[in-house]
Design a protein around this ligand. Sequence first.
Ligand code: ATP
Ligand code: LTN
Length: 327
Amino acid sequence: METMLSGIKPTGRLTLGNYIGAIGEFIKYQDSYDMYIFIANLHAITVPIEAKELRKNTKDLIALYLAAGLDPEKVTIFLQSDVDAHAKLGWVLTCLSGFGELSRMTQFKDKSQKQESGITAGLFTYPSLMAADILLYDADYVPVGQDQTQHVELTRDLAERFNKRYSDTFRVPKPLVTKVGAKIYDLQNPEKKMSKSEANPKGTIDLLDDPAAARNKIKAAVTDSLGIVQYDPENQPGVSNLLTILSALSSEPIDSITARYEGKGYGELKKEVGDVVFDFLTELQARYNEIIKSGVVDKVLAEGAEKASRIANKKVRKVYKKVGFTI
Ligand code: ATP
Ligand code: LTN
């Protein structure tokens, strides 16, 4: 069985974008791959975050993974900070990364431009740590949203560089980006990615939003004045985004949706998307509440950390030998 790995940072409340671009994909693949899904909490402190908030986000994120349908019997779910090997290999790969190549990473450029002060060195070296996350487990595939593909490309370069400089050690991974919903856009600003660190809550649907409020956000989504329901991301980004959300949540192809909407307006489309989002959130949150009450989160994490550590420690021992740390 091939291996798949991905992670999400506990930097805020998860959005519908995170579900459609990432978590929903993990669930689709969990039966066919040896799968590792982790909470990237070492990555979360690359931007300022209160300890209390980090703790809450982390717990919510695991509960949402489980509520969405990730099955701990099939998937190894763990906290990055529970497996020391991430930080260890992260350092080795940081020392293999070029200053120039890290400077070209768009996530760093975006985030450092947004933040006026206190940009950390961690934010800059973040992609090297992400490469370590992936290479420790010999992942074949990394399911991510479009914004992360550049980091997976860097991971491939680092794996090849290490293999060449020392000897064959790492499997070279491939990014896996969903066809529908690789990038869900902000409802108020459909040129911009829907993001959990966005300040304006009107454009973002949180997975823990009140479902009725979420429906209203869809109703208030920015569209255009053309009045035709068609998929044209360039000229009709708002409508195309709504179509993507509907298609991803209902599994109906976009073509078939637009065919149903011939001669119909945006009001009807928004109503349908709003209802689908309402039902989706209602069901997800019911499961989430049960999971939070059950205390199952701690058990899942303890088992996940044990299995992940076993595999990751073995890889780090190999690396330490090859670079000359073990004498
Ligand atoms: P932040 O705003 O803090 O950077 P984020 O919302 O981008 O966070 P991440 O933790 O960086 O969330 O992303 C987790 C996963 O969700 C990644 O695979 C990412 O590509 C995917 N993802 C995030 N936002 C979207 C989106 N709007 N559409 C599709 N996929 C997304
Ligand atoms: N950088 C990713 C989160 C992340 C990740 C990973 C994803 C950290 N390590 C390893 C896939 C594989 C992000 O910002 N979404």
